[in-house]
Design a protein around this ligand. Structure first.
Ligand code: NAD
Length: 257
C-alpha cells in the first residue's frame, strides 16, 4: 500500500492534550509535516512510560518548531491565552481540540462532580476551543481548519462510559453545528472518532489495551495505537479535505462493524 505525505510548512497548529497518547502522536505528525506546533496541556510530561521527552522537545529534536503552554482547557480564558500565544508564530491555522478525560464509572454511580469534571474538559473545552480559535481566525482573515476528538462511544454505548459518551455525542453535534455556522468564513470543522486506543487515559489502560492487541487476530476490531490516528487528523486539517466539513471520521479498526 502507498503512503500519503502532508506539508504544513508556514502553518501553526494548536493542539490540546498533546503531551500524551493520541495528541502526542498527532502533534509529532504535524511537526514532521513542517507545522509549528503549540501544545496546550495541563502537563508537559507525557504520561506514556516509554515517552520521556515532552512533545515540544521531541518535535524540536526532529528538526521542527514547537512550544508548550500550560493550559487547563476547561477554563476558556486559558484557551484564549494559548491562541494569543500562537500569534507569536503567525496565529492559529489549525486547531485540534483533543484533550480529554475519562472516569470508569457505572451510570448509577456518576456524581455531579464526576459529570462536571468530565464535561468541563471534554465538551466545554472542545466547545470553547472551537469557538475561540474560529474567532481568532476570522479576526485575522484566515480560512483555517478545526479538528475535534470524538469517540465511537458518541454513537455506540459502552459500559461505564455514560458521562463520557454524553460529552462525545455533544462533540459530534458541536462539530456539525459549528461547521454550519463557520462555513461562510471558510473555516472547516471536522472530528475524528477513535475506537479503543492503547493510551493512559485511565491508569493501566495502555497495558490492558496492548495485551488485547497481542491477543487479537487483526481486523475487524483490533485495539489501536496512537499512531493509527495521526493521518486522519492531518488529512482533515489539510487542503486535500477542502470539500469536507461537519464530518466525523471513525478510526476504530472496524470495531463498530
Ligand atoms: P491521554 O490521557 O493519553 O491524553 C490526554 C491528554 O489530555 C493528556 O496529555 C492530559 O494531560 C491532557 N489533559 C487532560 N485534561 C486536560 C485539561 N483540563 N486541559 C488540558 N489538557 C488536559 O488520553 P488519550 O487516549 O490520548 O485521549 C486523547 C483524546 O482521545 C481524548 O479526547 C479521549 O477522550 C479521546 N479518545 C481516546 C480513546 C482511547 O481509547 N484512548 C478512544 C476514543 C477517544
Amino acid at each position: 500500500m502507498g503512503t500519503i505525505s502532508a506539508d504544513f510548512t508556514d502553518e501553526t497548529v494548536v493542539i490540546t492534550g498533546g503531551s500524551s497518547g493520541i495528541g502526542r502522536a498527532v502533534a509529532l505528525g504535524f511537526g514532521d509535516a513542517g507545522a509549528t506546533v503549540v501544545n496546550a496541556d495541563r502537563r508537559a510530561e507525557p504520561k506514556d512510560v516509554d515517552a520521556e521527552t515532552p512533545t515540544h522537545e521531541a518535535i524540536e529534536e526532529r528538526g521542527g518548531t514547537a512550544a508548550f503552554v500550560e493550559t487547563d482547557v476547561s477554563e476558556p480564558s486559558q484557551i484564549a491565552s494559548v491562541i494569543e500565544a500562537a500569534r507569536e508564530f503567525g496565529g492559529v491555522d489549525v486547531m485540534v481540540n483533543n484533550a480529554g478525560v475519562h472516569r470508569d464509572l457505572e451510570f448509577l454511580d456518576v456524581t455531579p462532580a464526576d459529570f462536571d469534571a468530565v464535561h468541563g474538559v471534554n465538551l466545554r473545552g472542545t466547545f470553547f476551543g472551537t469557538q475561540l480559535a474560529a474567532k481568532d481566525m476570522i479576526d485575522r482573515g484566515v480560512e483555517g481548519a478545526i479538528v475535534n476528538t470524538s469517540s465511537t462511544t458518541a454513537e455506540r454505548p459502552e459500559w461505564n462510559h455514560s458521562h463520557y459518551a454524553a460529552t462525545k455525542g455533544g462533540i459530534q453535534m458541536l462539530t456539525r453545528s459549528a461547521a454550519l455556522e463557520l462555513d461562510d468564513h471558510g473555516i472547516r470543522v471536522n472530528a475524528v472518532a477513535p475506537g479503543p486506543i492503547a493510551t493512559e487515559i485511565r491508569e493501566g489502560w495502555a497495558d490492558e489495551a496492548r495485551d488485547a492487541i497481542e491477543e487479537s487476530d487483526g481486523l475487524p476490531s483490533r485495539t489501536g495505537i496512537p499512531g493509527d490516528l495521526r493521518d486522519a487528523y492531518l488529512y482533515l486539517a489539510s487542503e486535500g479535505a477542502s470539500y469536507v466539513t461537519g464530518e466525523t471520521v471513525w478510526v476504530d479498526g472496524g470495531g463498530s462493524l
